[in-house]
Design a protein around this ligand. Sequence first.
Ligand code: DX5
Ligand code: ZN
Length: 220
Amino acid sequence: MASEIRITPSILNADFSHLQSEIAKIASVSDLLHLDVMDNVFVPNFTFNYESASKIIKESALPVDAHLMVADVDRIAPEYAQAGCASVTIHAEATKDISETLRAIRKSGARSGLALKPATQIEDYADFIDDVDMFLIMTVEPGFGGQKFMTDMMSKVSRTRAIIGSRPIWLQVDGGISTETIEIAADAGADTFVAGSAVFNAQDPAAMVTSLRELASKSS
Ligand code: DX5
Ligand code: ZN
């Protein structure tokens, strides 16, 4: 089981017109800010171009965990690392050169993340483990917030935890994480949790982050 828990709220469901005040609500209780970058090509939705994303990264009160759901990821990922992200995650299904892109992210000073869509198997990517600082197991199809948590991804989370072994690699889950589901994911071995709608639709987003952390910590 994982011992250190990280909560990384996603601003996808936050009020984009008042982003900095939305971030301020959760900054003191969260570990990183999860920034979902979508290009309307890799996923059927668009969020930020590089210019607006870099502004958010620069102004964010929290270190930024960028989740790149973009087709042209090998070119874009190092730019996000250079823009000051603490972590940059690429999708295995989008990259044409996994090792080179993960290494370029690290070289630019960020942690390297490798994300897998629900149909993608971890065993096909275990060989890249030395270039990975975080695996992201999607628990919904990427593209939108507010979807239902896919419990059947828990076997993939457990298998990823076994592959990680004693390496200091983070194991993140993203999609449908709430007070109802976070313990299930933590029990399967996740230690880093994205939560979008659960946090930003809550009356008190900071209290929600704290509750999520307490629930996840129960199983660690
Ligand atoms: C979905 C995004 C998620 C999303 C999570 O493609 O990667 O980060 O914002 O939102 P919730 O927590 O509402 O499922
Ligand atoms: Zn995400």
